[in-house]
Design a protein around this ligand. Structure first.
Ligand SMILES: Nc1c(NC[C@H](O)[C@H](O)[C@H](O)CO)[nH]c(=O)[nH]c1=O
Ligand SMILES: CC(=O)[C@@H](O)COP(=O)(O)O
Length: 168
């Protein structure tokens, strides 16, 4: 078994001039907060994003992430180079989870495509609490890993490539 996560790019990406929005839910907040910390610390330490250029905003649940991301992108000036949407969905006993997971994934994708601002899908879709803890780097599992780290890497890479122009 290996720890899942994105290997850092061989290209040393510089995020020192970027403005990044971390938009997170208040559902399942203890797990979400660990993911936000993982993303924020990676932006600061691995990519030199300036503290004052990281905005952290919250919404109630994952279903609200796409709409809020769209509005923040539309009304922010100067604009964000990337948005990291963070939420944690945990399966309950109804179909609620399936509808929200599907809508949130499609919504975040749509906001990214429509606004041409990279929108990272930082939403865990877990069947158990333990799965969520493990993927936020919490709990006792030996293979625990904080996916916020991966989402920060993803955001900066896409922001750099957007700035350089994709064909290059
Ligand atoms: N059950 C979870 C939710 N549900 C709430 C919805 O996301 C939404 O806020 C509500 O339906 C109002 O529009 N949200 C999560 O982020 N995680 C869950 O496990
Ligand atoms: C509408 C809700 O948040 C809730 O009733 C959904 O229930 P479950 O998470 O058990 O599917």
């Amino acid at each position: 078994m290996f720890t899942k996560g994105v290997t850092p790019s061989e290209t040393p990406y510089d995020g020192s001039e970027f403005r990044i929005l971390i938009l997170h839910t208040r559902w399942n907040l203890p797990v979400v907060e660990a993911l936000v910390t993982g993303a924020r610390e990676t932006l600061l330490s691995e990519f030199n994003v300036k503290m004052e250029n990281i905005s952290i905003k919250d919404v109630p649940g994952s279903y609200e992430l796409p709409f809020a991301a769209q509005e923040f992108i539309k009304y922010s000036d100067p604009k964000f180079n990337a948005v990291i949407c963070i939420g944690v969905l945990i399966k309950g006993s109804t179909m609620h989870f399936e509808y929200i997971a599907e809508a949130t994934a499609h919504g975040i994708m749509r906001v990214g495509l429509d606004t041409r601002t990279p929108c990272v899908f930082g939403v865990l879709t877990c069947l158990t609490d333990e799965q969520a803890l493990e993927r936020a780097g919490l709990g006792e599992s030996p293979s625990k890993h904080n996916h916020g780290i991966d989402w920060a890497r993803c955001a900066v890479e896409l922001a750099v490539r957007g700035q350089q122009g994709w064909p290059s």
